[in-house]
Design a protein around this ligand. Structure first.
Ligand code: FAD
Length: 475
């Protein structure tokens, strides 16, 4: 029901308009100035990717007009109402803290996408998902750097760094940003670029959710005819007895800029049995792709479904992971080295959890490995962004997946055990967790790395009242 209807109803029944039935006082402050495209839901219904530690709010505002975001934030500030920005609804962190007066500001309906005439830049709104942007780029004979799951909002991923299959060539998503239209914690609208505010730009590009609400952005795009916009990829299925050989091959493989790779421990879609699947990715022909990944192919997959496919289908294999709902308390570790013993221990943990919890049969350990050829150049701190892990090759994510809360305890233990096995052998100086994959129980230094102390100072400067404090809060 629209808040207008609620307010009218409240008036008819003699209730004060300053105390609407849903939405709280903030709503009465702002309601009359909002676009008719914006509405407020009072039933608390809010589907997200994971129900585990999901935020619960008194109301969900569905924003239909980009201009309304600032108005809602000003009203929330004046009434001391906590709020959470929600776009794709995929964030699984356990750091969301809303009370029953709190609001979710859902920006997922903001979907405009415009390419410039040369197709070298694209401007898009905050609700645009990877699928929306990829489809639009494909239809414009262009390629943009987007992340590997269709359901994720481009900006949700980008504000934490934004890993992408093509990052070896084009850099991280943050490296593709040209400008950001933000609403600051005080509700003031600004356009931020690297040139006009380098320190805020740096903070936004790695820890963005702590520094602003991005309502739209301009991003680099590569003009490319559809016929050339293809890649060789597809699933390779291995017998688990080959696990050590597969892990060793991945460890030894230097991913060239045009290569990327995922490895999954997951139920084989055909048999339902736990399996080792590898998804190689090469920006070129099957012939050269097979040469580049020869060390992995030589281990001998039982099935090989690789082929050359168009850009607008690269993410399709990951669509089952986008399925919303269910409980998925997930954990991550950044790894530079892949140690076969640690990965065998990880497999054993996975099998034990899988066998003990038949309803958790969608549980997956997904490891995404990227070329660091382009991103690592910036490690020696060219100061380009606050994303701290440019030299990390792989990010392993344990995703227990089930519906019954009675499994929570063993799922948490499973996720933490895997993180322990992998971080002990990760080849990094200290454990690292990419913010977009982190759980929320890690020390902040594990998430923000070497950027932490500067980010904390900037947080004091740009958000001293701690209004943006839902996503791995810096204060
Ligand atoms: C199935 C799946 C696949 C994934 N694949 C990848 C991947 O390939 N690469 C990768 O880098 N990450 C990936 N992720 C992680 C993903 O980047 C994060 O979960 C990201 O935060 C999700 O953003 P969202 O908008 O979809 O979710 P939300 O839950 O809506 O947002 C997550 C956080 O970001 C904040 N936020 C979102 N949009 C804005 C905005 N416009 N302004 C300010 N704050 C904002 C929200 O307030 C929230 O705190 C994946 C996640 C899932 C569930």
């Amino acid at each position: 029901m629209h808040v207008r209807q609620l307010l009218i109803g409240a008036g008819l029944f003699g209730l004060s308009l300053s105390q609407p039935a849903c939405g709280g006082n903030w709503a009465s402050l702002v309601e009359k100035s909002l676009s008719p495209k914006t509405s407020i839901q009072c039933d608390g219904d809010n589907q997200r990717w994971s129900d585990y530690a999901a935020p619960k709010a008194g109301a969900v505002v569905i924003v239909g007009d980009e201009n309304d975001v600032a108005k809602i934030i000003v009203a929330a500030s004046k009434t001391n109402t906590s709020f959470l920005i929600q776009s794709g609804g995929n964030g699984w962190a356990n750091t969301f803290k809303l009370d029953s007066r709190g609001i979710i500001i859902d920006i997922s309906s903001l979907k405009a996408i415009t390419f410039n005439a040369k197709k070298t830049q694209v401007t898009f709104q905050a609700g645009v998902t990877n699928k929306d942007l990829i489809d639009a780029a494909w239809n414009n004979n262009a390629r943009v750097s987007a992340s590997t799951c269709n359901c994720v909002s481009v900006l949700g991923a980008t504000l934490g760094g934004g890993l992408s299959r093509t990052q070896g060539v084009y850099g991280l998503n943050v490296d593709n940003l040209i400008s950001l239209n933000i609403v600051d914690p005080n509700g003031i609208r600004k356009t931020v670029t690297r040139q006009n505010n380098p320190e805020l730009w740096w903070a936004l590009t790695g820890a963005g959710a702590n520094f602003g609400v991005i309502t739209s952005a301009t991003y680099k795009s590569q003009p490319l005819p559809q016929a050339q916009n293809t890649a060789w990829t597809g699933l390779l299925l291995f017998n688990e007895s080959k696990l050590e050989e597969v892990i060793t091959a991945i460890d030894k493989l230097t991913l060239a800029p045009d290569m990327q790779l995922d490895i999954y421990f997951t139920a084989n879609p055909a048999t339902g049995q736990p399996s080792v699947l590898v998804l190689p990715f090469y920006l070129g022909s099957a012939e050269v792709g097979r040469q580049k990944f020869a060390s992995i192919l030589n281990v001998g997959p039982i099935a090989d479904n690789t082929e050359v496919i168009p850009y607008n289908t690269w993410n399709t294999a990951g669509d089952p992971f986008c399925t919303p709902g269910g409980r998925k308390p997930s954990y991550t570790t950044g790894v530079k080295k892949m140690d076969p013993v640690a990965w065998r221990n990880t497999w054993n943990e996975y099998i034990a959890f899988f066998n003990e919890n038949p309803e958790a049969n969608l549980t997956t350990i997904l490891t995404e490995c990227y070329s660091t050829a382009k991103t690592a150049k910036s490690v020696k701190n060219d100061g380009s962004s606050s994303y701290p892990f440019r030299d990390i090759k792989c990010h392993a994510i344990t995703i227990p997946w089930y519906t019954s809360p009675s499994i929570d305890c063993s799922a948490v233990k499973f996720g933490q055990n895997v993180r322990k096995h992998l971080s002990a052998s990760a080849g990094t100086k200290s454990p690292s967790s990419y913010i977009n994959f982190a759980h929320g129980d890690e020390p902040l230094s594990q998430i923000y790395g070497s950027s932490l102390s500067t980010l904390k100072k900037l947080k004091q400067k740009y958000d001293p009242k701690k209004r943006l404090n839902q996503w791995f809060p810096l204060s």
